[in-house]
Design a protein around this ligand. Structure first.
Ligand code: ADP
Ligand code: GLC
Length: 493
């Protein structure tokens, strides 16, 4: 198969910067596509601290102190190249201290939009100056939303990009990059007003994601069910008409997981390893987790785990009502790891005070703890209001930790409700977004746990699932190839 040239732009990429699943997915795609022989180039902003993680980083002479004017401000940026670990794919880090040398990857500063406008422009400029004309620019989420528009305006006469197509992947339609219409000046495109959504403009805003969805050659998202939901229901969060106007379906490709990182047979974060034939290591991880989290319940009691951004999307408004009742009624324990909105952290801290020794919470970002919760818990709770894909429920399956999930998005596409009659299924799936449904799901899962042979069957089913990237990445390859064939046809016509 002929190798393709692929640019992947993402605001976060593992192992350099991560706040959520986007980083895992972008990193895995870069590695997997390179391993399949493609010429893959990854792009990310050089946030504070990232340079220390990449010893191979080197300056590019043709991209040192490049000037770029955004509105009334002139910026200088440089581009540093590095080797993506293990694969040799090239990473380009956009170095602009005025914009990226800040305490967090994301900010609520007034120039937040400029941080990603510059990132996008700099990625295109890097390709141009090094003479790299990709078959596909793979853009991810709102941060990269202006790239398709740039390709069709500022860079439309660039011979190098004549056959380059753009793919916009939606990882979460809840984050759209809505900015004041004043940002139009920062985009640097002549005659831009008629190109921007008129309703947004009359509301005084520009929407980066909507612009990407309008101008990208193809749009995808991270599960087939979410692809349908965002076009046809309120989960499109105001983007339904924009998606329908494209006249072709949004493609849903379920995320894979990197089993080099997330497999209990060899997970480097675990003190004890295990596989479906011998679960002694899982029990040992449970004891370690109970000890580390300060939980004093008997290890035979069921332990429910969570690793999650503390955001409304993840179902915390329901959990604020459900968890106190669950701990009061059931002889079980609960452990959560996550950071985000203070109101949810306060709730979890309160839960720990109310149920000492039975509920634990850590508000850090802690990679090792995330792995230990996957390995040491019996069930994993993910009652999301919406979930484009979700990775933790897929990790949970591999660790024999039974996912309790709502029937939405990627949760619906990765977990099948267990039927004790037939012994088929991999988790507990509930439909309605309400407290009764979550209560039911937790109660049902705990009743299965009480029946050891039944639980063992469920654990075996879960651990047998395979969501490796080697399968899913072929779907991206087919999509890129389709686009590059279409480009070949249109440029020879
Ligand atoms: P989302 O991207 O919406 O947050 P996903 O399930 O796709 O949800 O991915 C979340 C990723 O972030 C997982 O790899 C999970 O382990 C990780 N994660 C979330 N919170 C933390 C945390 N506090 N510490 C370590 N890892 C975390
Ligand atoms: C987003 C979504 C999550 C998805 C991840 C990676 O953060 O919320 O469901 O798994 O992106 O695609």
């Amino acid at each position: 198969m002929k190798p393709m040239k692929i640019c992947i732009l993402s605001s976060e990429i593992m192992p350099y910067a991560k706040t959520g699943g986007l980083a895992d997915v972008a990193g895995a795609l870069i590695g997997e596509l390179k391993a399949r022989g493609h010429d893959v180039r990854g792009f990310m902003p050089l946030y504070r601290g990232v340079r220390d993680r990449e010893p191979s980083m080197r300056a590019l002479a043709e991209l040192t102190d490049v000037g770029l004017r955004l509105g009334d401000t002139s910026y200088l940026y440089s581009v540093l190249a590095g080797n993506f670990p293990g694969t040799g794919a090239t990473m380009y880090f956009i170095d602009c201290p005025a914009l990226y040398d800040r305490p967090g990857f994301y900010t609520s500063d007034a120039d937040e939009h400029r941080r990603f406008i510059l990132f996008t422009r700099a990625a295109l400029e890097t390709c141009r100056r090094i003479g790299f004309g990709p078959d596909v620019f793979h853009c991810n989420d709102w941060h990269t939303g202006f790239l398709p528009l740039y390709l069709k305006t500022i860079y439309s006469g660039e011979a190098l990009f004549e056959r380059s197509r753009s793919l916009m992947t939606i990882h979460n339609i809840g984050y759209q990059g809505v900015m004041s219409a004043a940002a139009l000046d920062d985009l640097g495109v002549d005659g831009i007003r008629p190109l921007i959504d008129p309703e947004d403009l009359s509301a005084g805003v520009v929407n980066a994601l909507r612009t990407g969805l309008k101008y990208a050659d193809v749009v995808s998202t991270v599960s087939p069910t979410y692809a349908r939901e965002i076009c046809a229901t309120e989960l499109g969060m105001g983007m339904q008409a924009t998606l329908l106007a494209r006249g072709e379906p949004v493609i849903g490709i379920l995320n894979g997981v990197d089993y080099r990182e997330w497999d209990p047979r060899h997970d480097p974060h675990l003190g004890a390893h295990f596989d479906p034939r011998d679960l002694a290591g899982k029990r040992e991880n449970k004891r370690t987790l109970l000890g580390d989290a300060g939980l004093t319940v008997d290890p035979s009691r069921p332990l429910i785990g969570m690793v999650s951004r503390l955001a409304e999307q993840k179902g915390f408004d329901l959990l604020m009502q459900v968890l106190p009742r669950c701990l009061a009624e059931h002889d079980c324990a609960f452990v959560a790891l996550g950071s985000g909105e203070p109101r949810y952290a306060e709730f979890l801290e309160g839960l720990v005070r109310r149920f000492p020794g039975r509920a634990a919470f850590s508000g850090r970002h802690d990679e090792a703890m995330a792995h230990l919760i996957e390995a040491g818990s019996d069930a994993f709770l993910m009652p999301s209001r919406y979930e484009p894909c979700g990775l933790n429920q897929i990790y949970s399956l591999r660790y024999g930790t039974i996912p309790i999930v709502r029937n939405t998005g990627g949760l619906a596409d990765s977990v099948r409700h267990f039927d004790p009659g037939t012994g088929e299924g991999t988790g507990c799936v509930f439909n309605d977004y309400d407290t009764a449904a979550v209560n039911w799901a937790i109660g049902t899962t705990l009743s299965w746990y009480a029946d050891a042979p039944l639980w063992d069957r469920l654990v075996q089913n879960a651990m047998a699932q395979d969501f490796s990237w080697s399968r899913q990445v072929a779907e991206y390859e087919a999509l890129y190839r389709r686009e590059s064939d279409l480009a070949a046809v249109s440029s020879s016509a």
